[in-house]
Design a protein around this ligand. Structure first.
Ligand SMILES: Cc1cc2nc3c(=O)[nH]c(=O)nc-3n(C[C@H](O)[C@H](O)[C@H](O)COP(=O)(O)OP(=O)(O)OC[C@H]3O[C@@H](n4cnc5c(N)ncnc54)[C@H](O)[C@@H]3O)c2cc1C
Length: 572
């Protein structure tokens, strides 16, 4: 049984990017009907857990040129320079708008917006609301979205397929998790805003819902995934859980210390220069791994780690600026950072790659737009600077909302019969999967094998042989996935079915990551090869494209937009 509903545009994702897109679409046309499909209640999106802040030029000692240069250098010159320029120019307006909608940015004594230092940024340009930035931003966006009656929410609806008719995307099929009904949600344009895919790795800061669904949906519909080899490790996660200790700790002056009590980022040559703890994430993650490999780490029940020391900041500053860090450390690891250093190690955090879009957020599939972590407009290149992502969600979310509305205006509805049939086929696939008894494979085994191979082949340091091995293993896992057996045939909140659908998506995303990685024979940003340690602009200054093919992925290339900043050696 399927149900068909019709709107002007359909947005998949209720995080920062999706909500910002919805609001922008309403601003374009207050009478338009905007569907907002989200697999969880919007306030539970991963955006809510962001801690440290959002970047935009705010101070007199800062300007767009500086923010742009920091971003392109952070990207190891793989960011598209027109996209970067557009981003830095739109950023202050977006963060100010958010304040008007209720986001309580922390203030300086004189009442101006307070900004903190962040890795790779040459001045203090990260706006914050203590260390609960994502919560406040998402709350402001969600509350503001409630003012628009024309946003029709499909909460707890899991989108499983893009519906395409006549070469144009016309909507999505989505499973209502609460009832088991499959809905065909139609619109004349679709925006993907489904966030990242950290859960393809075992050790991540990402919430369980970050399974790369939107990437996989677009990939299977024929849109390339771009720059998927670039996976960001955040240097400071808690061993065991992977819970994030925000970069704001270093922005506020925290030290990273080895087992000999040495501030190695300041004393040894890890390429971060005088920035020390405020170097970019890729470099600091590599430095920590090297310290551990040199025997200067600590050993614990969850492997090796180093220390993040905040004691010299004092209790007053920690309570005022980093209350959540203290709370998290006490609860999850039994350490009060006022009195003891926090154990930390690098942890998978963010996907630089995603659905290939142009500067307007449009994809190669007419009518499909993408924004936020799911997309790659090529702002972040091969390494994102901390605090650019939240702002990216706003800048490109807003752009997606406006551009999708413009597309929808000039587009037809497509054949409802054909779309209904597509929806019925998708519903049949889901019904067949639900409680599918026949099969010799367990979901949990596939998940642990996927995790193991992704960590071994696509970790902080990589080698051709292990990347190739991972690509082969993921291909085998896809075969095994076809043979899974499930136990729960109920229609109401069938979480096993959701996990199975997510696993299918994770395998597609992992395939793109492993194959893209194996094809890049150089080190750039977060893609670091022991067997090819240098950047090679002569041969590899391009974006990797990965196209879906049932016989195995096809790789392609896309030019990097240069023209303003000349690529140079990346040294701090
Ligand atoms: C712990 C943590 C801290 C961070 N801190 C910062 C920070 O301080 N500064 C910064 O700039 N960045 C930070 N980041 C990164 C940043 O928060 C994210 O990149 C950003 O919030 C992503 O927003 P989004 O809107 O793209 O996706 P998300 O917020 O992840 O939202 C995705 C939405 O898509 C929906 N969805 C997904 N799949 C489906 C499906 N199949 N069907 C229907 N709906 C679906 C979900 O329900 C959700 O509503 C942090 C990330 C983490 C994990």
């Amino acid at each position: 049984m399927i149900e068909v509903t019709r709107h002007d545009i359909v947005i998949v994702g209720g995080g920062a990017a999706g909500l910002r897109a919805a609001i922008a679409a309403c601003e374009v046309d207050p009478a338009a009907s905007i569907a907002l499909v989200s697999k969880v209640y919007p306030m539970r999106s991963h955006t809510v857990s962001a801690e440290g802040g959002a970047a935009a030029v705010a101070r007199d000692d800062d300007n767009f040129e500086m923010h742009g240069y920091d971003t392109v250098k952070g990207s190891d010159f793989l960011g598209d320079q027109d996209v970067i320029k557009y981003f830095v120019e739109q950023a202050p307006r977006e963060l100010t708008l958010l304040e008007h909608w209720g986001c309580p940015w922390s203030r300086n004594e004189d009442g101006t917006v307070a900004t903190r230092a962040f890795g790779g940024m040459s001045t203090k340009r990260t706006w914050y609301a203590t260390d609960k930035v994502g919560f406040h931003m998402l709350h402001a966006l969600f509350q503001h979205s409630l003012r628009f009656d024309n946003i029709v929410r499909y909460d707890e609806h899991f989108a499983t397929k893009l519906l395409v008719d006549g070469g144009v995307v016309r909507g999505v099929a989505a499973l209502d998790v609460r009832t088991g009904v499959v809905r065909v949600v139609l619109g004349r344009a679709v925006i993907m805003a489904t966030g990242g895919a950290g859960k393809i790795f075992p050790f991540t800061t990402n919430g369980n819902i970050k399974t790369g669904d939107g990437m996989a949906l677009a990939y299977r519909a024929g849109v390339a995934l771009k720059d998927m080899e670039f996976v960001q490790y955040h240097p400071t996660g808690l061993p065991g859980t992977g819970i994030l200790i925000t970069e704001a700790t270093r922005g506020e002056g925290g030290y990273v210390i080895n087992s000999e009590g040495e501030r190695f980022l300041a004393t040894r040559d890890y390429g971060v220069g005088t920035k020390a703890e405020l170097g970019p994430r890729d470099m600091i993650s590599r430095a920590i791994i090297q310290e551990i490999e040199a025997g200067r780490g600590f050993s614990g029940p969850y492997g090796e780690y180093v220390h993040l020391d905040l004691r010299h900041l004092g209790e007053e500053k920690i309570v005022a600026r980093l209350p959540m860090v203290r709370e998290i450390s006490k609860i999850y690891i039994g350490v009060d950072p006022v009195h003891e250093p926090i154990p930390i190690r690098p942890v998978v955090h963010y996907m630089m790659g995603g659905i290939d879009t142009d500067i307007t957020t449009a994809t190669s599939l007419p009518g499909l737009y993408a924004a936020g972590e799911v997309a790659s407009a090529s702002l972040n290149g091969s390494n994102r600077l901390g605090s650019n992502s939240l702002t990216e969600c706003l800048v490109f979310g807003a752009s997606a909302g406006r551009n999708a509305m413009a597309f929808a205006k000039g587009s037809s509805e497509g054949s409802e019969d054909a779309l209904r049939r597509e929806g019925e086929e998708e519903a049949a696939r889901i019904v067949a999967l639900r409680g599918k008894q026949k099969g010799g494979e367990k979901l949990s085994r596939i998940r642990s094998d996927l995790h193991q191979t992704m960590e071994s082949g696509c970790g902080v340091y990589r080698m051709q042989e292990t990347m190739d091995e991972t690509a082969r293993t993921v291909a085998q896992l896809r075969g095994r996935y076809a043979d899974i057996a499930l136990e729960d045939s109920s229609t109401v909140f069938n979480t096993e079915l959701i996990a199975a659908l997510e696993m299918g998506n994770m395998l597609d995303v992992a395939e793109a990551v492993a194959n893209s990685a194996a094809s890049r024979n150089e080190s750039r940003g977060a893609h670091t090869r022991r067997d090819a340690p240098n950047r090679d602009d002569q041969n590899f200054l391009y974006h990797t494209l990965c196209h879906f093919d049932p016989a195995g992925p096809r790789l392609g290339k896309k030019d990097v937009t240069l023209g303003h900043w000349e690529p140079e050696e990346r040294k701090y």
